[in-house]
Design a protein around this ligand. Structure first.
Ligand code: DAH
Length: 347
């Protein structure tokens, strides 16, 4: 029996040495050490031995099993290392190679302007409001003192969806929404930027454009006045476009403000001397503004005897054009990456 064990051990050693894969090693483990393995079978035949021989042979078999197991494990380890080394060799990454360039988008100039305006007004204590682009006649016009049939509606040729719904022609609609939604009728300081739509399309007008609206309402005793409006708009325009600009207020008409003004800014191209951009006038119109009309306050739940304030509205596209020196409004909407990429810089 002893001989037999030595023979099996020898045979196992040779086979393990010759083994060429993890799989064949595993087969050998089954063949020699498994439940029906050769060494295990000898253990079962021990019944035929004398009691003196049994422990001797038993321990021989066990140490043979240990030895075979040890050999198998060593060889396994060798295979595994070889495999890892092979993988490492195959998968080396040359970190000095230039990486593939990831195309990165950039913020649209209009969105940059919106964010800048919002930041500025938030720093002055304003809230940022939003309103729907699909608006009702009521909020877009009626609640702003433009009843049905009012001649000033002609200035805003609209896209009506039904008799009652239209694409908003002005962000002023959000003035009415904000006032009405404020049930406690507390003072308001809000700014709202968004898309607006009118039926016009030529070199300087697009059927879709952007506006920003501002509204301040406070208690009468706080005397929100034209001086406050002027001061606010000066900060607004100078911060956004340039410190060296001056503002000019011209009397105008808007149904929702009284008195109303159109606000011009000195031409940033010629500095006010007169050029093609300002049509030789030295001024460029940029804003509409005024003191909130008592009817608008009343219609939206504010008592004009107790409250008063100012409002203003302006076109985002023109602001972006002035700020960045963009010469054609259509660049803002054609999504030409060569144009847009110019704005891909860190702020
Ligand atoms: N909504 C006006 C327009 O689109 C602009 C405007 C003028 C807004 C005067 C105002 C304002 O808030 O007070 O032409």
């Amino acid at each position: 029996m002893q001989e037999q064990i030595t023979k099996i051990k020898q045979q196992a050693k040779e086979e393990i040495e010759k083994a060429e894969s993890l799989k064949s090693l595993n087969d050998m483990r089954v063949k020699y050490l498994g439940k029906k393995g050769e060494l295990t079978l000898i253990l079962k035949g021990m019944g035929a031995l004398t009691p003196e021989e049994r422990p001797k042979i038993g321990s021989l078999i066990n140490s043979a099993k240990d030895e075979v197991e040890q050999l198998i494990q060593e060889k396994e380890q060798k295979f595994k290392e070889e495999e890892i080394n092979k993988k490492l060799k195959e998968e080396t990454i040359d970190i000095t190679l230039p990486s593939t360039k990831i195309k990165r988008g950039s913020k649209h100039p209009i969105n940059r302007v919106i964010e800048e305006i919002e930041d500025l007004f938030v720093s002055m204590g304003y809230d940022v409001e939003v309103g729907p682009e699909l608006e009702t006649d009521e909020f877009c016009f009626e609640r702003l003192n433009l009843p049905k049939g009012h001649p000033a509606r002609d200035m805003q040729d609209s896209f009506y969806i039904t008799n009652e719904y239209l694409l908003r022609t002005q962000t002023s609609a959000v003035q009415a929404r904000t006032m009405l939604a404020n049930e406690e009728k507390t003072p308001i300081r809000m700014i709202c930027a968004g898309k607006t739509y009118r039926r016009e399309d030529d070199a300087t007008h697009s059927h879709q454009f952007g506006q920003v609206e501002g509204l301040v309402i406070d208690k009468k005793e706080n005397n929100v006045s034209l001086a406050d409006l002027k001061g606010t708009l000066e900060v607004f325009v100078k911060r956004l476009i340039g410190d060296n600009l001056s503002l000019r207020f011209r009397p105008s008409y808007f149904p929702f403000t009284e008195p109303s003004y159109e606000v011009d800014v000195s031409c940033f191209k010629c500095g006010g001397k007169g050029c093609s951009l300002c049509k030789q006038t030295g001024w460029i119109e940029i804003l509409g503004a005024g003191i909130v009309h008592p009817n608008v306050l009343k219609m939206n739940g504010y008592d004009p005897e107790k409250f008063g304030g100012f409002a203003f509205g302006t076109g985002l596209d023109r602001l972006a054009m002035f700020k960045y020196g963009i010469t054609d409004m259509r660049y803002l909407y054609t999504n030409d990456v060569r144009f847009l990429n110019q704005f891909d810089r860190k702020d």
